[in-house]
Design a binder for this molecule. Structure first.
Ligand code: IPE
Ligand code: IPE
Ligand code: MG
Length: 244
């Protein structure tokens, strides 16, 4: 039986720079083109009734990039979250963000908050941007909160279990990703949602993010539908009949 559409799709949007370089353009042109893809894929996920779409837009490690590229990305991000408000409302999308958001420029944080508030009553797909996000950083932040509760005498170490760790992540209510897609062919997670992806299905597309379209998403969904998820258990199958 084919698997249903994933509740949560998480995408590592990669290959903007390579897309631009292949066309003799500056890397930033690739980021610009990539932001168009965000709109296309968010609209498609909304149409498909996906509950959550999480997009890895800027990692904690991306702060190591040249200052001018970072500044361009921050300006592009701000423009995107302001200009796409109509798209979000038209498609009934709820907007959110995860990561060490305090590291983002003040103007970006202000527009993020406004867009989240504006879309907070929408009931469709939750579009979540991972910004200044690192999977390890998220776990460190969760551990600090837990340690502070232990120190304050509100929590005993033996009460900490998996559910409690999950409850201290940036967005505790998010369903775990069912499907992780990475574009541009690289076979790695690059510190994305490390805790949450433990049983996610992985799909790597060779398409570069600026050229990734609904048909590439459908290809990933078709592959996902053919998978068999076992979560460490066994799938019910008829046992072969033994003689006698
Ligand atoms: C992904 O594209 C966007 C970000 C990480 C911000 P890249 O900028 O990593 O593109 P490549 O990997 O150099 O092609
Ligand atoms: C992963 O892409 C991060 C984002 C998509 C935001 P990178 O281009 O930063 O990853 P690496 O450096 O190739 O692992
Ligand atoms: Mg890259």
């Amino acid at each position: 039986m084919a698997l249903p559409t994933p509740r949560h799709i998480a995408i590592i949007m990669d290959g903007n720079g390579r897309w631009a370089e292949a066309r003799g353009l500056r890397r930033v042109k690739g980021h610009e083109a990539g932001s168009e893809t965000v709109r296309v894929i968010a609209e498609e996920c909304s149409r498909l009734g996906v509950e959550q779409l999480t997009l890895y837009a800027f990692s904690e490690e991306n702060w190591r990039r040249p200052r001018l590229e970072i500044e361009f990305l921050m300006r592009l991000l701000k423009r995107f979250i302001v200009n796409e408000r109509d798209t979000l409302m038209r498609n009934n999308l709820r907007f959110s963000a995860i990561g060490r958001l305090h590291r983002l420029p003040e103007g970006v944080r202000r527009e993020l908050t406004r867009t989240m508030e504006l879309t907070s009553r929408n009931t469709g797909t939750n579009l979540c941007l991972a910004l200044s996000y690192g999977g390890r950083a998220e776990l460190v932040d969760a551990m600090r909160e837990l340690a502070a509760k232990v120190q304050a005498g509100k929590l005993k170490p033996e009460q900490i279990d998996e559910a409690m760790v999950s409850a201290h992540l940036y967005q505790p209510e998010m369903p775990e990703p069912d499907l992780v897609i990475r574009t541009a062919g690289e076979m790695r997670l690059s510190n994305f949602l490390l805790w949450q992806v433990s049983y996610a299905e992985l799909f790597v597309s060779d398409a570069l993010w600026p050229e990734f379209r609904a048909e590439h998403l459908h290809e990933a969904l078709a592959s996902y539908a053919r998978r068999e998820r076992r979560f460490g258990g066994l799938v019910d199958r008829l046992e072969p009949k033994t003689a006698g």
